[in-house]
Design a protein around this ligand. Structure first.
Ligand code: PXG
Length: 463
């Protein structure tokens, strides 16, 4: 792979200019200035290349999105053709265009039977904002405007606009900018490793699901519009609910007539081994949010896919909501081509028959490392919990995230992208990863864990 840059700046100059003019998301700018960002210039398959020519195995598919891997020329060609044909037109004011028509129909075909209508956006955050307004408008149109509370979970991530950031259950986000908006309520997450105490996982699962029921009863069924959740919490650390959780959540939503919104921004498009995480966990959502893997990140596009019942009610009014780029033709054309690749190359078969079973065997073997407590994985998203005391599932004495950051930095030093969330390490490699590449991923992860372990002992953080 040849380094690819379209400029004549050195890495140092790029970093200097970056620090002078570029504000990064979820980043402390002054800290980044001293540490300097890595400059990524290209990618092929599961590999990234940086401005120094280093080849880095991307264990995160970018940001959980490059499901078909980097460098797919078909996606480039789809964008080029569409740009030439019709680079932009909107879907407001009684117009439509072929990419939006085709992609909406394709999404209706891929999702379960009752989900047949699609509202487009350009990001997961925007799509979740759509969902907030759509769920509340649905109940208002049905004569129940007071049914406006939306329940989500602590440590969930649904985006960072004012609406979606309110749904997100991350305390750091709520301490800035006056979030959450009114009528958003957060319940506890089903994270057995950190919060399960002495309970058996299945007992804990039901207890956590029943918090939803308690909150509905507390506020009154007539006040609650929807429950929104990721089938697996991604940004929260790949938290996989223990068995029994989702069945109980489904029962509660059905019993109390609460809309169930599955945020599939990460879990969608093969990540958990099915087209949607809802299928993996046997959930029947009323609205599904998709983004990321929809275009494998090659174009910013997202959607809310809604049930016939909701579509029917919303269609009776003028829904005063939409974005300039809702259903952007180039993004939609690229998403369609991405779905074609997933289907025709049988990427899900590769996941289920080759990549996921092999990755699972190798990933769970990390549980033997002295620093690793649980190692869990579903399909192509997994996590390990770092601990100084496996037996008691104890956290490190150092501030949460200190150890995770050391491991993350060691991974980077070994040319592996593996993200830390607090003191959990997470992976979500491109779905097309080959077994030889999984071996390299695990090899580098073990080297990074070993080096981090030495560093932690040396710095007297093994407590
Ligand atoms: N829902 C889920 C489940 C997500 O993971 C969003 C919504 C928002 O999508 P947009 O396209 O608006 O970013 C996301 C995004 C991380 C990380 O640190 C994860 C996301 C975004 C940024 C960072 O893991 N997920």
């Amino acid at each position: 792979m040849k380094p690819f840059t379209r400029n004549c700046m050195t890495t140092f100059e790029l970093q200097e200019s970056d620090s002078d003019h570029h504000m990064h998301p979820f980043t402390c700018g002054s800290k980044l200035q001293s540490r300097r960002p890595r400059v990524v210039v290209g990618g092929r398959g599961v590999w990234l290349i940086d401005s120094e020519g280093e080849e880095i195995l991307d264990g995160m598919s970018g940001l959980w999105c490059v499901n078909v891997g980097y460098g797919r020329t078909e996606l480039v060609e789809a964008a080029r053709q569409q740009m030439q044909e019709l680079p932009y037109y909107n879907t407001f004011f009684q117009t439509t265009h072929i990419p939006a028509v085709s992609l909406a129909a394709k999404l209706a075909e891929l999702t379960p039977d009752n989900l047949n209508k699609v509202f487009f956006a350009s990001s997961g955050s925007e799509a979740n904002d759509t969902n907030i307004r759509m769920a509340r408008t649905y109940w208002a149109e049905r004569g129940k405007p007071e049914k406006s509370i939306i329940i989500s979970r602590k440590n969930s991530y649904h985006g960072s606009t004012v609406g979606s950031g309110s749904l997100s259950g991350m305390t750091a986000m709520h301490s800035q900018g006056g979030l959450p908006i009114p009528d958003i309520v957060h319940i506890n997450q089903p994270d057995w490793w950190s919060e399960g105490g002495d309970m058996a996982p299945e007992e804990f699962a039901v207890a956590r699901a029943r918090e939803l029921e308690s909150v509905i009863i507390k506020h009154g069924e007539n006040r609650v519009a929807a429950f929104v959740a990721e089938p697996i919490q991604g940004a929260g650390g790949v938290i996989i609910a223990p068995d029994g959780y989702w069945a109980e959540i489904q029962r509660i939503c059905d019993d109390y007539e609460i809309l169930l919104i599955a945020d599939e921004v990460i879990c969608g498009f093969g990540r958990t081994g099915n087209w949607f995480g809802s299928q993996t966990f046997k959930i029947c959502p009323d609205i599904v949010t998709v983004a990321k893997g929809l275009s494998s990140g090659y174009q910013p596009i997202a959607a809310s896919i809604v049930s016939d019942e909701i579509a029917h009610v919303i269609d009776q009014c003028e829904f005063s909501h939409g974005y300039t780029y809702s259903g952007h033709p180039v993004a939609a054309a690229v998403a369609l081509e991405n779905v074609r690749i997933l289907e025709e190359e049988k990427v899900l078969d590769h996941v289920n028959q080759v990549a996921a079973p092999y990755l699972k065997a190798r990933w769970t073997s990390l549980g033997d490392h002295p620093m690793v407590g649980e190692a869990r994985i579903v399909g192509m998203m997994g996590s390990i919990a770092l601990t100084p005391d496996k037996e008691n599932r104890a956290p490190f004495a150092a501030q949460t995230g200190t150890i995770g950051e050391i491991v993350r930095d060691q991974c980077f030093a070994h040319n592996l992208v593996m993200r830390h969330v607090g003191d959990r390490m997470v992976i979500a490699p491109p779905l097309i990863i080959r077994t030889e590449e999984i071996d390299i991923l695990i090899e580098r992860a073990v080297q990074a864990l070993d080096d981090a372990w030495k560093q932690i002992k040396k710095e007297d953080l093994w407590r």
